[in-house]
Design a binder for this molecule. Structure first.
Ligand code: ADP
Ligand code: MG
Length: 602
């Protein structure tokens, strides 16, 4: 059977892993990093950038750089989450015809699954290159609180990336697998996951290979980026006090500050003190201004203590909701890059009264677990049985607008439940099946997943017809609902999938487009690299020209200036051959200058 990769499609970073021969291989991206920023950017000349490249230019190209779209997956534009994102989002968010949230860049709309697919496609390509074989099968993780719409949307993202999504599993469950929670034992574990933009705390109960999410709490707007922002604000304030310059007005300086803040934060996880040095950060009449500051771990902790404290409040809420106490917890698993920060680690240790488990790299644990699940599905790992549970109750609307549950929450999947219903009026010719998800007693308070009609019911008094309704959830948490009139044997069914905002036809079209764009995407990356090289050479050539123009003849000078000019013009086009040719010419010019500079010494 083909290899099945595991993918953590994260809010901030994504990670892809292959579990093979009992070993988890974290697959590096083209730039050699083990995680890839979940960021997609669109440049002025129609290029699409993804991952590290997109992150590096994010602040300077803010309105066209799309990040953290995972928060919008499967959500309506009007939902409180999306409204909140919109308030602070530098890029544009709008409503699709069906009400779903979409992002708008350069006038083009992208659904969150499409943005997710750009990231997934890059991960898939890294995997193919690294493993030197085609990869299509994958297991993708989602937060435990994701509802059906959000899971469907994630699944769509996978399909758009050309992946066969074999299973969608919960992130905390994946983390538990990665930590080797053994399936023949039982216990209650807390999975503390602090990432770049979100915080999740899940209480899982496991026994006999079945994982139950007993409670999941958190904050979708609390993570490492908030910590970086605190540090950045402090740096900007300090700089203002010294120089009276407001760096908030300078996007390029902001980008450098943001990168430097994150770097300093990460360094302070292992050392007590670090130096932030940003030469030529900005300039005023008196000349260039540099930022230089020594930062200690204690200072960083003081700036961010309250943020870490907030996560602990959620931990208590989760324990309460799961109806357990600290003492019931058999293990605390650390997940998410931010848990490497000593302040976080200590806060968690303090709260749970035990040393948290950090034996698996926290920013890779979820992907490792997904890969283990993949290996199980591929038949490479035999002995583990992993079952997940249905996170929210599923049912139908019955007379009087009441929500009648068929599958309660926390039931182990796969599962199939059948119940018999009847009509509520005399001579009722059809029944309307309205499928909902949620915990509220009234249908209107829950999330509507689908509606369909079962027609042709023979004339009868109310209460006589027998309509059998079956809810079946497969191992991916995907729901299929069918209704059958036992009298006529007529049957109607829906597979709940149309809610992620993409119709089957749209998915097919986007898939075809995406196949077509793979090469184009790679070309775009190469083009961007090439342009950067030319820009660098232009810069150094101009500098050495300024230093050595006295030694050059008029015709040499003319030639070099012409080469500089045509290189500059070539980079404005997207013609790689042309750029490459001008690069070669410019290199010759650069060599000529160097030769001239040393001519007198030979
Ligand atoms: P997500 O699950 O949100 O996609 P991750 O789990 O990859 O994100 O966590 C990313 C966050 O972790 C970022 O804010 C990053 O700066 C932070 N991070 C990564 N490594 C470290 C470290 N060694 N110390 C502190 N923070 C770190
Ligand atoms: Mg994560």
């Amino acid at each position: 059977m083909d290899k099945v990769i595991g993918i953590d499609l994260g809010t901030t970073n994504s990670c892809v892993v292959l579990y093979d021969g009992g070993v988890a291989h974290v697959i590096p991206n083209a730039e050699g990093s083990r995680t890839t920023p979940s960021i997609v950017a669109f440049t002025g000349d129609g290029q699409r950038l993804c991952g590290n490249i997109a992150k590096r230019q994010a602040v300077a190209n803010a309105t066209h750089t799309v990040f953290a779209t995972k928060r919008m997956m499967g959500r309506k534009f009007k939902s409180p989450e999306v409204q909140r994102i919109q308030m602070t989002s530098p890029f544009k968010i709008a409503a699709a015809d069906n009400g779903d949230a979409v992002v708008v860049v350069h006038g083009k709309r992208y659904t969150p699954p499409e943005i997710g697919a750009f990231v997934l496609r890059q991960l898939r390509e890294s995997a193919q290159e690294y493993l030197d074989q085609p990869i299509t099968d994958a297991v993708i993780t989602v937060p435990a609180y994701f509802d059906d719409n959000q899971r469907q949307a994630t699944r769509d993202a996978g399909r758009l990336a050309g992946l066969n999504v074999m299973r969608i599993i919960n992130e905390p469950t994946a983390a538990a697998l990665a930590y080797g929670v053994s399936t023949d034992s039982s216990g209650i574990i807390a999975v503390y996951d602090l990432g770049g933009g979100t915080f999740d705390i899940s209480i899982l109960e496991f026994s006999g290979g079945v994982f139950q999410v007993k409670a999941t709490h958190g904050d979708t707007f609390l993570g490492g980026e908030d910590i970086d922002a605190r540090l950045m604000d402090a740096l900007i304030e300090g700089f203002r006090a010294e120089t009276n310059i407001d760096l908030y007005q300078d996007p390029v300086a902001l980008q450098r500050l943001k990168d430097a803040s994150e770097r300093a934060k990460i360094e302070l996880s292992t050392v007590e003190e670090t130096e932030i040095s940003l030469p030529f950060l900005t300039a005023d009449n008196s000349g260039p201004k540099h930022l230089r500051r020594v930062l200690t771990r204690t200072e960083l902790e003081q700036l961010t203590q309250d943020l870490v404290d907030q996560t602990i409040v959620h931990c208590q809420d989760a324990l309460n909701a799961a109806n357990v106490t600290n003492a019931d917890i058999t293990d605390v698993l650390m997940v998410g890059g931010m848990t490497k920060m000593p302040l976080v680690f200590n806060a968690v240790a303090n709260f749970f009264g035990r040393t948290p488990n950090r034996t698996v790299n926290p920013d890779e644990a979820v992907a490792v677990g997904a890969a283990i699940q993949g290996a199980i599905l591929a038949g490479d790992v035999g002995e583990v049985v992993l079952l997940d549970v249905n996170p929210l109750s599923l049912g139908i609307e019955t007379s009087g607008g009441v929500f009648t549950k068929l599958i309660p929450r926390n039931v182990t999947v796969p599962v199939s439940i059948t119940e018999t219903f009847t009509t509520s009026e005399d001579y009722q010719p059809l029944v309307n099946i309205h499928v909902l998800q949620g915990e509220r007693p009234l249908a209107s308070d829950n999330t509507s997943l689908a509606r369909f009609e079962l027609v042709g019911i023979p004339p009868a008094l109310r209460g006589v017809p027998k309509i059998e309704v079956t809810f079946a959830i497969d191992a991916n948490g995907i729901l299929q609902v069918s209704a059958r009139d036992l009298g006529t044997k007529r049957e109607q069914q829906v597979r709940v999938r149309a809610t992620s905002g993409l119709s089957e036809a749209a998915i097919e079209r986007i898939l075809a487009e995406a196949e077509q764009y793979t090469d184009a995407d790679r070309m775009n990356v190469e083009l961007a690299e090439l342009r950067r090289r030319v820009a660098g050479l232009i810069y150094t050539t101009e500098r050495s020209l300024a230093e050595s123009s006295n030694y050059l003849t008029e015709s040499e000078l003319e030639q070099i200036r012409a080469d500089l000019e045509s290189a500059r013009r070539a980079t404005e086009s997207a013609d790689m051959n042309k750029i490459q040719n001008t690069l070669r010419d410019l290199e010759k010019s650069a060599f000529r200058i160097t030769e001239v500079m040393y001519r007198d010494f030979t």
